[in-house]
Design a protein around this ligand. Structure first.
Ligand SMILES: NC(=O)c1ccc[n+]([C@@H]2O[C@H](COP(=O)([O-])OP(=O)(O)OC[C@H]3O[C@@H](n4cnc5c(N)ncnc54)[C@H](O)[C@@H]3O)[C@@H](O)[C@H]2O)c1
Ligand SMILES: O=P(O)(O)OC[C@@H](O)[C@@H](O)[C@H](O)[C@H](O)CO
Length: 374
């Protein structure tokens, strides 16, 4: 069985690639990072280490292609693959869509495309970009053969600092949930995937707990001079604020999806202890990367804050404080942080926030954020 995976980065190698290997897939990684691709082709294997244990997995049956230089080979690999996955980041989905569309347009067999990105409706978004690159005949052809199920993925994979550029250390925990309602072909037997009819509660629970909590620790951590998530949470004030912000997003999730309150609190506690894992060193700059994306209307801070106001008719005090800290996020190595700084210089923090979050300056969330800005 063959798979193509776009993005040979942390989650690509450390999670998706590892599960595909365990399920007997031969995986072709497609990336723009020449070093990673060359190493994959040289070694045809890499190591996944489980943090805090002596356990590791030798992932084999892998190779690499460069999406810029090996276009014909990528198209051929797509035509042969049963499963095509991505973990490139939400902003890169439009960039891989033209090549994916070329491959899918030539594919004669059925297949599944699954975007494994931290966003609601990730595969749906990728599908729309792919369809923009197909003519009418190809659209019909692709819609008859290819399913595009949305997915939620959860495993903390920090930036790596390994001697071997392919080796990746991951936390032992993982969850990969895939929505079946749009799948017309047979579901692939991939170890570790949980298939569900409706992904919405799963992706919202994950994004608005794991990623909201992570964002609290990253933005308040960076603001207070901490370097890693673990270090940020050793600061009692930040840990309490993380709990408090997850109390707000949790209140929304409990009300929307009828989750059991105690069970949800247990979920929150488990997530926070994952952040505190002493065997993972996860930098606040990785977790806080892309502040414009993270301040977007559907993302981990603004979306639960808006829902909190709508459902509770109260101010989300703690989420608002984190949004204000995110507006203060500075990192010279992060293109979005530089862009955010430029926007703030031109329009001020409130103006920049309203534009990014797509809300009016009279919105109660803006008023709540302003209190922390001032
Ligand atoms: N790391 C985690 O803990 C984690 C967990 C769950 C989900 N995710 C999600 O997975 C996605 C990837 O995150 P990551 O942490 O692995 O990032 P990463 O930066 O380690 O990996 C992304 C990879 O995509 C590659 N890439 C960039 N542009 C490309 C292009 N045009 N064509 C092909 N490849 C391209 C990069 O070179 C890089 O190797 C993100 O959406 C992230 O939110 C990450
Ligand atoms: O990948 P991002 O930039 O959307 O978010 C950063 C982290 O919160 C994220 O990568 C988590 O580690 C991951 O989502 C855990 O499953």
């Amino acid at each position: 069985m063959k798979a193509v995976h776009f993005g040979a980065g942390n989650i690509g190698r450390g999670f998706i690639g590892a599960l595909l290997f365990q399920s007997n897939y031969e995986t072709t990684f497609v990336d723009v990072n020449t070093e990673l691709i060359d190493e994959l082709n040289k070694k045809e294997a890499y190591r996944v280490e489980l943090a805090g244990t002596e356990d590791y997995m030798e992932v084999t049956n892998v190779s690499g292609l460069n999406s810029l230089n090996d276009e014909e080979k990528v198209i051929e690999a797509i035509t042969e693959a049963e499963v095509i996955t991505t973990a490139v980041g939400p902003n890169v989905l439009p960039m891989i869509a033209p090549l994916l569309a070329k491959g899918l347009g030539e594919k004669k067999s059925t297949g599944l495309v699954i975007a494994c990105e931290n966003m609601v409706g990730g595969t749906e978004t990728l599908k729309n970009h792919v369809y923009e690159n197909l003519d009418e005949e190809q659209k019909e052809w692709v819609s008859d053969r290819i399913s595009f199920p949305n997915a939620a993925v959860d495993r903390i994979v920090p930036n790596q600092n390994q001697e071997d550029p392919l080796t990746v250390m991951v936390e032992p925990y993982y969850e990969w949930v895939v929505e079946t309602s749009s799948v017309t072909s047979e579901l692939p037997d991939i170890k570790g995937i949980t298939y569900v009819d409706d992904l919405t509660p799963y992706i919202e629970r994950k994004l608005f707990t794991v990623n909201t909590g992570h964002a609290v620790a990253a933005y308040l951590g960076k603001y207070n001079g901490h370097h890693t998530i673990k270090e940020a949470l050793e600061d009692v004030k930040i840990k309490n604020k993380t709990q408090a912000a997850l109390g707000e997003s949790g209140g929304v999730l409990i009300e929307k999806y009828g989750f059991n309150t105690e069970k949800h609190q247990e979920y929150i506690d488990t997530i926070i202890s994952r952040f505190e894992n002493p065997d993972l060193s996860d930098e606040v700059t990785r977790v806080g990367r892309g502040p414009i994306r993270k301040l977007g209307p559907k993302d981990r801070l603004v979306r639960p804050a808006l829902e909190y106001i709508r459902l509770k008719n109260e101010e989300p005090v703690h989420l608002a404080e984190v949004i204000a800290a995110a507006l203060d996020y500075r990192n010279e190595d992060d293109a979005e942080a530089i862009e955010l700084e430029g926007m703030i210089r031109k329009k001020g923090k409130v103006g920049a926030f309203c534009e990014i979050a797509e809300i009016n300056e009279n919105h109660p969330l803006v008023k709540a954020v302003e209190k922390h800005i001032n």
